[in-house]
Design a protein around this ligand. Structure first.
Ligand SMILES: [Mn+2]
Length: 337
């Protein structure tokens, strides 16, 4: 929950965003690169809401939407930056969704030049780059803020809009499992269910539906499992050869780190992924409670949060594994538990 001063500035941000929307007729809504469920759901919800007001609005992303969200309504109002020329579309306002800074929109940014910028986000590192800003780091998802905007505009939230917002909140909370899940999150989810959202069907589509290729890939990656430090560190490895052999896409590698992380007794889990850039390996780090993996990743040229971080490191899988393991070996936490 935001404190009082923050609540006042949020209130101001919300009314300014609403004012900009009411004062203009045409909008481009921008997502970040590699869009996730929060920005896809927020974007599709807001584009449908603006259209229902008779406004001209289009949702634009640099990268494609992950196929898992194909079931969401409102897709006819979405296009990719490469499919539309900025000179063919002249919106008055650019609304950035879930973007810490404007560059996160990638090629979508071409549609924002010279427009009024609206910034709606929940990342603590957001740079308040908009002419108006609705930024609330206590919100579990940007979808929560988009709900506030739609509600304040007085637009009825129908089943289609509610479904998109529900997906935004469901995915950014990992299915209501992460620590950002609060009472407010559940109350909003309840409100959306009341609008006709089918919660179990959505959960099934988003979290319980996999492609054969992703299961094939998972079986290959799990067979590389190694334990170190008496089972306190676990690692798995993914090579480009495994990607080719399974036919999986890179978005299907997401979530794999959760498997070594879930092993009882494991404090630090590592996922070594051979980059498609030759000679580089991407490493994902997770820790349960003791090790600050953001510091580990930073010292290896990456960054992130204390419990989840990543780095792109030069070398072969063997060399990078050696580099990371020798760094972790030097930490003095291993005798503490
Ligand atoms: Mn988000």
């Amino acid at each position: 929950m935001a404190n009082k001063a923050e609540a006042v500035s949020l209130r101001k941000g919300l009314s300014e965003v609403v004012e900009v929307i009411l004062d203009h007729d045409s909008f481009v809504l921008l997502e970040h690169q590699k869009p996730d469920g929060d920005c896809v759901g927020s974007g599709l919800a807001l584009v449908q809401a603006l259209r229902s007001l008779g406004k001209q609005a289009l949702l634009v992303s640099d990268d494609p939407h992950p196929a898992v969200y194909d079931f969401l309504p409102g897709r006819r109002f979405h296009t990719r930056a490469g499919y539309l020329k900025p000179e063919d579309f002249h919106p008055q306002v650019a609304i950035f969704l879930d973007c810490t800074d404007p560059e996160r929109a990638g090629r979508g940014l071409e549609f924002a030049a010279g427009k009024v910028w609206v910034n709606i986000d929940h990342h603590v590192s957001n740079r308040s780059f908009g002419a108006v800003n609705l930024v609330d780091p206590t919100a579990a998802a940007t979808g929560e803020l988009v709900y506030d905007v739609i509600n304040e505009l007085g637009i009825p939230i129908d089943k289609d809009i509610a479904t998109c917002l529900y997906v935004a909140i469901l995915t950014d909370t990992g299915g209501f499992r992460y620590q950002n899940t609060t009472k407010e999150t559940h109350l909003l989810a309840a409100e959306l269910l009341e609008r006709g959202v089918n919660g179990s069907e959505i959960f099934d589509c988003v979290f319980e539906t996999r492609t054969v290729s992703s299961i094939m890939l998972l079986s290959k990656v799990l067979s590389t499992l190694k334990l170190y430090r008496g089972g306190k560190i676990a690692s798995v490895t993914l090579t480009q050869e495994m990607m080719r052999a399974s036919g999986a896409s890179s978005e299907e590698t997401e979530g794999i780190i959760g498997y070594p992380r879930s092993i009882a007794g494991v404090e630090v889990s590592l996922f070594f992924k051979e980059s498609d850039e030759p000679g580089k390996v991407h490493v994902s780090f997770r820790s349960r409670s003791l090790v600050d993996v953001a510091a580990v990743a930073q010292s290896l040229g990456g960054g992130g949060h204390p419990r989840a971080a990543g780095a792109l490191i030069d070398g072969t899988i063997e060399e990078v594994t050696e580099k990371v393991m020798s760094y972790l070996d030097k930490l003095d936490v291993w005798t503490d538990f």
